[in-house]
Ligand binder design. Structure first.
Ligand code: NAI
Length: 338
């Protein structure tokens, strides 16, 4: 019998729907292996502000500080105005410097790109996401891109250690150091220094614009890709397209003392509250969470049930060509646990 305290942030938009589905699947799977979850649920973002006057309630910070692990749905960020991204704030607060996003096809789900298997490692705390913007004079705005030796070195070390641990053969550093010679130049120098300590893992560098073309013509040349924040954000969505879209791709935000597991996708306001969202991306994020919690058997069970539902192809959500709603899909995965 094991028991895990986990901070739960359902988020908004489709967040509560995909979070509810994921929690119920984990509960059902846990009953089979004797694993219990003590969920600590907290709102964040506009909903939390309306109730508590805080976008991220102090109690949420304390909960993550205590549990060290959170499962998080997407939170809407106002565009071009309003409060700072909750997601970026949490990543910075807990120094979750590595954002790991495995991109892999699911069985039975036909896409234009079969058998893709690559991992994006996105630096999660620096770059243009530090949010240091100013209006210099009316009509002129600037945004500071911050790249540090410490931040670049630790994410590069993470990428190589991840490659080594998971039997991966190659790490590509993605950059734009031909134009941003100081910032991306520093990122590359750090990656090269770390690469020298891993002679058994091949190392290569691609410029980010060329990388987009290389990815859509031949994604199979990539294995592990490490990059700064903005490139990682953009390439994650591009790569999600290889395997069936944003409804599928999971993510793990990892730091020394805490980890927050969330999908790549956002709050999808266009389909929120309609029982249309695909919970697969958050469920796969939860599988990464179970692995992080050393619950390999349980992670394997959930993954196998999910793969069975996709291999059968009878109960799938609309984004991947099916007709089922979020709840029907959830129930199919629970049934497949048997
Ligand atoms: P989005 O990822 O929410 O949606 C893009 C498209 O993908 C939409 O057509 C949506 O319906 C579809 N989609 C996304 N997830 C899906 C799922 N699970 N099942 C089926 N279809 C799905 O991106 P968008 O519209 O650019 O952003 C909406 C909001 O989400 C913004 O406020 C943004 O800031 C926020 N956001 C939050 C993130 C987070 O909390 N980690 C990450 C990305 C965006």
């Amino acid at each position: 019998m094991s028991r895990h305290a986990i901070t739960l942030i359902p988020g908004d938009g489709i967040g509560p729907e995909v979070t509810d589905a994921t929690v119920r699947i984990l509960e059902a799977a846990g009953q089979r292996t004797g694993t219990e979850f003590a969920w600590e649920p907290y709102e964040a973002g506009a909903d939390a502000f309306a109730k508590t006057g805080e976008y991220i309630p102090k109690a949420l910070y304390e909960s993550v500080g205590r549990t060290g692990v959170a499962l998080k749905g997407p939170v809407t960020t106002p565009i071009g105005e309003g409060f700072k991204s909750i997601n970026v704030t949490l990543r910075k607060q807990f120094d979750l410097f590595a954002n790991v996003r495995p991109i892999r096809n699911l069985p039975g789900l036909a896409t234009k790109y079969p058998d893709v298997d690559l991992v994006i490692v996105r630096e999660n705390t620096e770059g243009l996401y530090v949010g240091l913007e100013q209006e210099v004079v009316p009509g002129v705005c600037t945004s500071l891109k911050v790249i540090t030796e410490k931040g670049s070195t630790r994410v590069a070390k993470f990428a190589f250690a991840y490659a080594q641990k998971h039997g991966r053969k190659k790490v590509h550093a993605i950059h734009k150091a031909n134009i941003m010679k100081l910032t991306d130049g520093l990122f590359l120098r750090c990656a090269r220094t770390v690469a020298a300590g891993y002679p058994e893992i091949a190392y290569a560098e691609h410029i980010v614009d060329n990388t987009c073309m290389q990815l859509v013509t031949n994604p199979y040349q990539y294995d592990v890709m490490v990059m700064e924040n903005l490139y990682g954000d953009i390439l994650s969505d591009l790569c999600a397209g290889f395997v069936g879209g944003l409804g599928l791709v999971p993510g793990a935000n990892l730091g020394e003392h805490a980890a927050i597991f969330e999908a790549v996708h956002g709050s999808a306001p266009d389909i929120a509250g309609q029982d249309k969202a695909n919970p697969t991306a958050l469920l796969q994020s939860a599988v990464l969470m179970l692995e992080h919690l050393q619950e390999a058997e349980l992670a394997g069970r959930v993954e196998a049930a999910l793969e069975r539902v996709y291999a059968e192809g009878r109960v799938l959500t609309r984004d991947v060509g099916g007709q089922a709603g979020t709840r029907a899909f959830r129930d199919a995965v629970i049934a497949a646990l048997a």
